[in-house]
Design a protein around this ligand. Structure first.
Ligand code: ATP
Length: 190
């Protein structure tokens, strides 16, 4: 069982590369952004709370995210090949909660794959995606806030995972296939 954290700034390509990993390795996939957008669509209490934060480029409070973590993970059942965590953890308390939740089940994170993309490229990609997908948080003002949140609150996780000795740096520039080949060599080495 190989649980993988796919990590990177907004627009780094986490979702695209997750799809490739699911296809090749049969992993389950937890995208907390998708979970939240679904809650918003269904008009739940969590969705109503989340919308304000998302549209403002801010993180949803840790306790709300940590609350839903175990039930989303357990929905994959006891026997699975591993789950990709996409968009989670985004803060050190979330990483600690993930480690604890997995340890309680005798599981762990096998690798944290950091997709590295320079900031000017991220901005370009997200603006283009905003025009195509119509996602309410892909406009210039919100993107800037999200990139700031990433560098202040989320990027400290790189050192945290280095401390866990499971951090892998992957260059996120190139074609989808080139980047995936780099990720494959990490996963195949586990
Ligand atoms: P990608 O480019 O891979 O789509 P992203 O950062 O642009 O990544 P999502 O991961 O879909 O987009 O997240 C969208 C928003 O949902 C975030 O800006 C944040 O408000 C909220 N969110 C998602 N995951 C978390 C989390 N783990 N903790 C707090 N807020 C979260």
């Amino acid at each position: 069982m190989k649980n993988i954290v796919i990590f990177g700034a907004p627009g780094a390509g986490k979702g695209t590369q997750s799809d490739k990993m699911i296809e090749k390795y049969g992993f389950g996939h937890i995208s907390t952004g998708d979970v939240l957008r679904n809650e918003i669509k269904n008009g739940t209490e969590l969705g109503k709370t989340a919308k304000g934060y998302i549209d403002n480029g801010q993180l949803i409070p840790d306790e709300l995210m940590i609350d839903i973590l175990a039930s989303v993970y357990d929905s994959f059942g006891k026997e699975h090949k591993g789950v990709i965590f996409d968009g989670f953890p985004r803060t050190i308390p979330q990483a600690e909660a993930l480690k604890k939740m997995l340890a309680e089940r005798g599981h762990s994170v096998a690798a944290m794959v950091e997709l590295f993309v320079p900031e000017d490229e991220l901005m370009k990609r997200l603006l283009l995606r905003g025009q195509q997908s119509g996602r309410s948080d892909d406009n210039e003002e919100t993107i800037k806030k999200r990139l700031n949140v990433y560098s202040n609150q989320t990027s400290p996780l790189i050192d945290w995972y280095k401390g866990e000795k499971i951090h892998h740096h992957v260059e996120g520039l190139g074609t989808v296939e080139e980047i995936f080949a780099r990720i494959e060599s990490v996963i195949d080495s586990l």
